[in-house]
Design a protein around this ligand. Sequence first.
Ligand code: SF4
Ligand code: SF4
Length: 305
Amino acid sequence: MFKLVCGAGNEDCESVKRLVYIYALAGCKYFDISARKDILETAKTAVGMTGAKDCHYCVSIGIKGDPHITKARIKESVCIKCGNCYRNCPNDAVLSSIMIDEKRCIGCGTCAKKCPTGAITMFEKDVNVKEILPYMVENGVEILELHIMGHDKKDLEYKWNVINECNPKYASICIDREIYGNKEVIERIRNMIAHRKPYTTIVQADGIPMSGSDDSYKTTLQAVAMAEIIQNANLPVHIVLSGGTNAKTAELAKLCGINYWGIAIGSWARKIIKPYITAPDFWEDENKRTKAVEAARALVQSVEG
Ligand code: SF4
Ligand code: SF4
């Protein structure tokens, strides 16, 4: 299973529409989107435009502290207008006027790392999960995903309970090793799935979140390593690789004997079609759309064979 990750924080309807449209034409059946009504509608519209059937939607939320629910903010008084953030943002969320377009910001933190003056800080943008998640399930979303990289156990418990109450087809736990060691990762997952039916939970093994900026084995190594740690624990879950995934991930995972259920690709999937989907004449220029579909199809096929 290939899953296109539009970005938990990607709230830009036009960007999501173009991404979903191209990847649906390329054969993708799973779409990971932000937990917003307008984004779900947009994704469904884009799929409808392609005529693709049997498509599935996953919405992502995060616990406090998880980078997937953060956004960047620029403190003007400290900014020297060097343009580093503008040049390095992978999602074109920094405008030429050195302002952040919050809807496009996916919280990757690249701008903050490149800022020479410390003018950029990250802040959390949470959603009302009690309101939005039941709506999502009622409107055909099959997977509710929780990114759990943070220290707030209370928030984790609260949001995981809400997900379970919504009774989605699958609940998904997205975890990496930035904060926890191997033992704690497994312990956390064990606790979370204790009352769930076997194989109704997906564990999204995140290598390095939002790091798929090139197509090397090295970039995807940590996602494969993380998947192996989950696999070795013999838990009754489906394993999906993510975080640094690219066209090499499936090959490396197979070589390493990983019995995965799917591969979720975000940064790399967006990057390879970026020149086409950011073009102002995207909807008018059929040639650009065809080239984008060709690039996307090669990536989908690297996973689906
Ligand atoms: S670099 Fe990342 S965190 Fe900064 S504005 Fe762009 S998407 Fe947001
Ligand atoms: S990198 Fe920092 S100093 Fe440079 S333009 Fe961006 S916010 Fe301003």
